[in-house]
Design a protein around this ligand. Structure first.
Ligand SMILES: [Cu+2]
Length: 184
């Protein structure tokens, strides 16, 4: 029973790859279709969002300049599950490794540093990954990372849960884009 999470989840829904135990996609209560021989048609629809509530809202990253191999990723990560979770890592195809970074001011200069112990999320908690703060650091990027690309990234939590998010590569996020003036 999560009132608002469903709405938030829609556009940027996680494709949940978690549940390693492969909970046999429990016979997703076939509302009213008694068809006993239907070969699990649910596969195409991410009905998973119903039972796991680790969500990344608007994950994005700026396009890489030619020759660059390091990018930062941003999102609002929410834990609408019944237990605390801690984000401890991530991975993606075409990316050598992904680190969790934070920013700190040292002698008036902002520097980034790895986050020790991961990013904890209490129940219904949210962690903001945004320019100037926490971010995913994509290192040794070998895949395409240009405007319009969508990069599937697997988030790894301490509990063993994993969740795949689609990071949108776009230059326009975060900068004020004159045409979209009325948010928040
Ligand atoms: Cu960084």
């Amino acid at each position: 029973m999560r009132p608002t999470s469903a709405a938030l989840a829609t556009a940027f829904a996680l494709i949940l790859s978690g549940c390693q135990a492969e909970a046999p996609a429990a016979p997703t209560a076939p509302e009213s279709s008694p068809a006993p021989e239907a070969p699990a048609p649910a596969a195409a629809e991410p009905a998973a969002s119903a039972h796991v509530g680790l969500m990344a809202h608007e994950p994005w990253s700026r396009p890489l300049a030619p020759g660059a191999t390091v990018a930062a990723g941003y999102m609002h990560l929410m834990n609408h599950t019944a237990q605390p979770e801690t984000l401890v890592g991530a991975r993606a195809e075409g990316v050598g490794r992904i680190e969790l970074h934070d920013m700190a001011e040292v002698d008036g200069v902002m520097q980034m540093r790895p986050i020790d112990g991961g990013v904890p999320l209490v129940v219904d908690g949210m962690a903001a990954f945004q320019p100037g703060g926490k971010h995913l650091m994509f290192i040794d990027v070998t895949r395409s990372w240009t405007e319009g690309d969508v990069v599937p990234v697997t988030l790894v939590f301490e509990s063993g849960t994993e969740a795949v998010i689609d990071v949108a590569v776009t230059a326009s996020k975060g900068e004020s884009s004159g045409d979209e003036h009325a948010h928040h």
